[in-house]
Structure formats: C-alpha cells, structure tokens
Design a binder for this molecule. Sequence first.
Ligand code: GRF
Length: 210
Amino acid sequence: MSNVTNVAIFFSGAGTNLQALISAFQSDLFEDAELKLALTNNNQAGGIEVARQAGVDIVIIDDEAKKGKDWNYDQLLLQSLEAHGLSPSNRLILLAGFMRLLSDEFVRLFRWKILNIHPSILPAFRGSRAIESALDYGVKITGCTVHFVDEGIDEGPVILQAAVAVDVRDTPESLLLKIHQEEHEIYVEALKLFLQGKVRLDGRKVEISK
Ligand code: GRF
C-alpha cells in the first residue's frame, strides 16, 4: 500500500495560509504527501484565485447558494474528498481560515487528521474575532496556534504556537499582517513535522520529537 498522505486544504477567505502551504508543497518540502484539492464554502473567497494560479483542484460548496435548502454539507464534503482520493486511511485536512464549523460526526471520522490555524495563543481569544478581541483586551503579546481539531471550537491539542508583540498603535489590519507572517511559518513547520511522524499525541499534550 502507498504511504502517501493525501491532503486537502479548506479555506474561506484571502488564502494567504493556503498560498504558504501550496508554496511549500510546490517546493517539495514534504515527502510522501500530495495536495489533492483546495475546498471553500465561499464562492467569493480570494483563495480561489490563489489555488487556480497554482493549478490546484478547487471545489466550491457555497453556503449562500444553498441557504434554506435541504442539503447535507457533510455528505457533499465527503463526496468531494473521496473523488480526490481522500477516503483511505492516509488522509489529512488542513483548515486555513475555513469559517464553517465541521460537524462532530465529520470530526470523528477524521479523528486527529484535521489541523487548524488560529490567530491567537490559544486558549486565549477563541472564535472568529480573535485579533479584534486581543486588541480590545489590550494584551501586549498575542500570536497564533496550530492545533488538532476536535469537537470543540478552537480547543484541540496544541501543536505549535508563535508569539507576536502588540503595539499600542496596532490596528486589526496591522496586527493581522504580523500574525500572518508567523502563521505561514508555523503552519508549514507543523505540517512538516506531522508528515515526518514527529508529532505524537498523548491526551491533550503534543510531543514533538527531534
Ligand atoms: C488566519 O488568520 C487564520 O488564523 C484564521 O483565518 C485567517 C485566514 O487567513 N483561522 P487567510 O485566508 O489564510 O489569509
């Protein structure tokens, strides 16, 4: 059996993390892993153009278009993943600014095979307004976290974190830029470690081997 890990990236926005991850795949940073598709729930997402430029298969399962209709998002996700070879055991999903909650069933199906990046030092400032909340609170240090996804919101075991200093003059936009720089580095690094089998989960704790 092949040991190649088939990877999907889910995104909803500008796609700067998507870009960083795609670039890492393109520069052969990861052994035994193939980026199979980029998937979004937002047909206006800037990341669509990022994936298109890079020649990555794109799947759009748009929330707005399906509003009010009877549809099963999980089923659509699973169909798209399977069509791109992500049904066997070797599979990994990277959430890169995916602004739709995954169902508990979906998370269980992909247990410890979903990673996320969050723009704060978790467990501080969970949720979708992490950068604004950090500024409002007046913290001097914030940052970003790569973590496993479990059934909670921004709660899964932490893999890597990076700190970012907050200046009193920072705006949401300037702080976002600083956090993005760190995110792009630690997401690629966490993925590399994960694919090398160096990330070991022990309860809530994650041990990274050298
Ligand atoms: C990132 O800041 C990430 O931490 C959060 O959503 C943002 C996505 O940005 N989950 P981008 O689309 O990767 O530029």
